[in-house]
Design a protein around this ligand. Structure first.
Ligand code: MN
Ligand code: MN
Length: 468
């Protein structure tokens, strides 16, 4: 190539670069430290409730206080609201009036899992089981023959809420869902993946030892299991009716790869963005110019409905409360606000290249992935950010030295997905999707790159620090 064309190429053509070629030693050290904290966060929170509790704990340690309606708010104040123990809203009040809008990072803390049914416990052929109802878009075949834990709450009629945590301690037993042996799996193997494991076979194996006593009695294994649960938690079978118990993978977050460049864990979607959004807010070293708001929502995996989901008025109420403290109509604040809808995207997987479009995929180690639109079947269910909005974030990220890429989820007709972006945009907030590229998204064990985790944190920080 001639010198002239080389210069022209440099000037005119885009050049993707691996993030490692752009990161210095100090950056790598900061990335490793950040990722060590993130792994701890993942192990502390395997349900939306646990994540909310951990977020509140970290926020309190950083000087955030529970918001009381009507309290005066001035620049520098740090407040949070925990919505029904499942979702957290935080704000660091900025120097500007709320009439100038706020800078929001919104992520979700719920992840695909197996919930117990309201009548879960039964015995079949002297084996005890829990019936489950899966939550979110999971591939059922991935959830069999992996060790599982049980976490959640049982709410009693007297108002007591019993915390259940089986499997968190290394000495604890685990639960599992069995699958067919290959020797007898010939017919099952002929079925499409989506049909091979019917939802009603996702039954958790709980026990096999009958309670001692009359050999002719029925349901002795079930009774023995219920006795154990009663001894440990003081609950009876009827109490499952008012419980939220979730079977989640019994795996801790760990480094992946001989080079330790990735993290494997359950629940990266979307705790990887949730933690980034939270941590960037807590780490702000001075009062932001614009008020910084972090939203850690629930129920995204089932459509963001419900009282703790992003469609809930809980968010509007929080913002309205903040605005009232400054005598600002919330609608004036909303229309000048910006939201980075922080949710994971699909990372290009060379093993399944046929569902990705190589020129418009997110790649591991290329930084936080911006998505102008998500959705399926021609952008349905997407807010489709404007060109101006993408330009705003491009400039912001470049100015703050954030390594970023822009991508779609996969091939146009291959499928698709949604985020909370449209629910923010529908509120008259300028919104763009961005997040960490994930391999094996929604699997019991997902993989992300450390570099992308850290750049996402830097992206959130850039949003909070923005002055306009
Ligand atoms: Mn997500
Ligand atoms: Mn998801």
């Amino acid at each position: 190539m001639s010198e002239e064309n080389k210069a022209l190429k440099e000037k005119l053509l885009s050049r993707r670069r691996n993030g490692y070629d752009r990161m210095d030693e100090a950056g790598r050290a900061a990335m490793e430290a950040y990722c060590a904290d993130y792994k701890r966060f993942l192990d502390a929170g395997k349900t939306e409730r646990e994540c909310a509790a951990e977020a509140v704990r970290l926020a309190e340690a950083a000087g955030y206080r529970a918001y009381r309606r009507g309290q005066a708010l001035t620049a520098g104040d740090k407040v949070y609201v925990c919505n029904r123990d499942k979702s957290v809203l935080l704000a660091h009040i900025g120097e500007q009036s709320l009439a100038q809008g706020v800078q929001i990072a919104a992520a979700h803390m719920d992840s695909p899992r197996l919930d117990l049914k309201p009548n879960p416990l039964y015995e079949d052929t002297e084996l005890a089981y829990f019936k489950t109802h899966y939550y979110g878009g999971l591939r059922k075949y991935q959830w069999v023959t992996v060790p599982l834990e049980l976490r959640g709450v049982v709410a009693l009629r007297d108002g007591t809420v019993v915390q259940v945590k089986i499997g968190a301690d290394p000495e604890d037993p685990r639960l599992v869902i069995t699958d067919l042996l290959p020797h007898l799996g010939a017919e099952q193997s002929k079925k499409p993946l989506a049909q091979a494991i019917p939802g009603e076979t996702l039954n958790l194996l709980l026990g096999s030892r009958p309670i001692s006593g009359d050999e002719e009695d029925t349901n002795r294994v079930k009774l023995a299991v219920m006795q154990l649960l009663n001894e440990k938690y003081g609950i009876t079978e009827d109490d499952f009716t008012s419980a939220e118990l979730e079977a989640v993978p019994a795996v801790c977050a760990c480094d992946i790869g001989l080079d330790r460049s990735m993290i494997g864990a359950y629940g990266h979607d979307d705790r990887v963005c949730g933690y980034a959004a939270l941590r960037a807010l807590l780490d702000l070293d001075k009062t932001p110019v614009r008020t910084a708001v972090c939203v850690l929502a629930d129920k995204e995996e089932v459509g963001s409905d419900g009282v703790t989901g992003m469609q809930s008025a809980a968010f509007d109420t929080f913002l309205e409360d903040l605005c009232e403290s400054q005598g600002v109509p919330v609608r004036a604040c909303l229309e000048k606000s910006f939201c980075l809808s922080a949710d994971v995207t699909a990372a290009y997987d060379p093993n399944f290249s046929d569902v990705y479009e190589k020129r418009n995929s997110a790649y591991l180690n290329y930084g936080i992935g911006l998505c102008k639109y998500t959705g399926a079947r021609g952008k349905s269910g997407s807010s489709d950010a404007s060109a101006e909005t993408v330009a705003y974030v491009r400039e912001l990220f470049d100015r703050e030295g954030v390594i970023w890429q822009i991508a779609e989820l996969g091939k146009v007709d291959a499928g698709g997905g949604g985020t909370v972006a449209m629910y923010m945009a529908n509120r008259n907030i300028t919104t763009l999707d961005a997040g960490v590229p994930v391999l094996a998204m929604h699997a019991p064990f997902e993989v992300v790159s450390k570099l992308d985790c850290y750049e996402t944190y830097k992206g959130m920080r850039a949003v909070y620090r923005a002055e306009k």
